[in-house]
Write a protein that binds this ligand. Structure first.
Ligand code: NAP
Length: 238
């Protein structure tokens, strides 16, 4: 039976390359995007790589979640791998971020992915090797805010983005603890500083390099759960 994966925010960047990598491993992949035209174009581009299907998910619109899960259930009866990759950068520091921007950031990067994960649990429980992969960030580490991560002055980091990724790390630890007895693995990863919109195309790694840790977590035999992995597979402290 095919391994079935769902990757959000997969029309471009790291998510797109993660879909490519999972297809190359022989998986059936549902490529989720919020924009149907972009999602369909990306799916067409990857069609020669394997069994890929476009589905529409906007993480700020929970009404888009269940129809996708229903379709996967009807077509496969299970979901093996959920990759919460969708995310965006939002402007504003802790001393000046607009409340509406902060709300949108948390909905996009944290609340939507957490709700999607909640709704996907019944389908993941039907897999005998279920995994949830949270695409977090080095900016989700609390240490980052003490040091600026070597990239910026401490105290000037974007607030909403960091909060959303720190929150994603909390969700990872809590989902992992809740699901460990059932054998469902939940891990977070940092794809590194990748050349994409999120880094304003200043990242030094390619999206394909950023996707490597996602593909590793999706395919590894390791039973590790509740961990945070760097792009090179080393475990990170929270
Ligand atoms: N690039 C980096 O240096 C870096 C570092 C650490 C972590 N990350 C994380 O890696 C993940 C992928 O980012 P990327 O670098 O590949 O950036 P990207 O090229 O901008 O891709 C982000 C993806 O998320 C989608 N997205 C944004 N808002 C969404 C929403 N409300 N609903 C559904 N999808 C939405 C985007 O769709 P549209 O094309 O429609 O906007 C796009 O498909 C993100 O979670 C990001 O935070 C990136």
């Amino acid at each position: 039976m095919a391994t079935v994966a769902l990757v959000t925010g997969a029309n471009t960047g790291i998510g797109f390359e993660a879909v490519r990598g999972l297809l190359q491993k022989g998986m059936t992949v549902y490529l989720a995007a919020r924009d149907a035209a972009k999602g369909e174009a990306a799916t067409a581009e990857l069609a020669s790589e394997g069994n890929v299907h476009f589905v529409r998910i906007d993480t700020t619109d929970p009404d888009t979640f269940q129809p996708v899960l229903d379709r996967i259930e009807a077509e496969h009866g299970k979901l093996d791998i959920l990759v919460n990759n969708a995310g965006a950068a939002f402007p504003g520091k802790v001393y000046d971020i607009e409340p509406d921007v902060l709300r949108l950031c948390l909905e996009t990067n944290l609340h939507g992915p957490v709700q999607l994960t909640q709704l996907a649990l019944p389908l993941l429980r039907k897999s005998d090797d279920a995994r949830i992969i949270m695409v977090s960030s080095g900016a989700g580490r609390f240490d980052f805010y003490a040091t600026g991560g070597g990239m910026m002055e401490p105290g000037t980091a974007p607030y909403g983005y960091g909060l959303s990724k720190t929150g994603m790390n909390v969700a990872t630890a809590l989902f992992a603890a809740h699901l460990e007895k059932e054998g469902i693995r939940v891990n977070a990863c940092n794809p590194g500083y990748v050349n994409s919109l999120v880094s304003r195309f200043m990242g030094t790694r390619t999206p394909a390099q950023g996707a490597e840790i996602i593909i590793d977590l999706a395919t590894t035999d390791s039973k590790a759960t509740g961990k945070f992995f760097d792009y090179d597979g080393r475990e990170l402290s929270w």
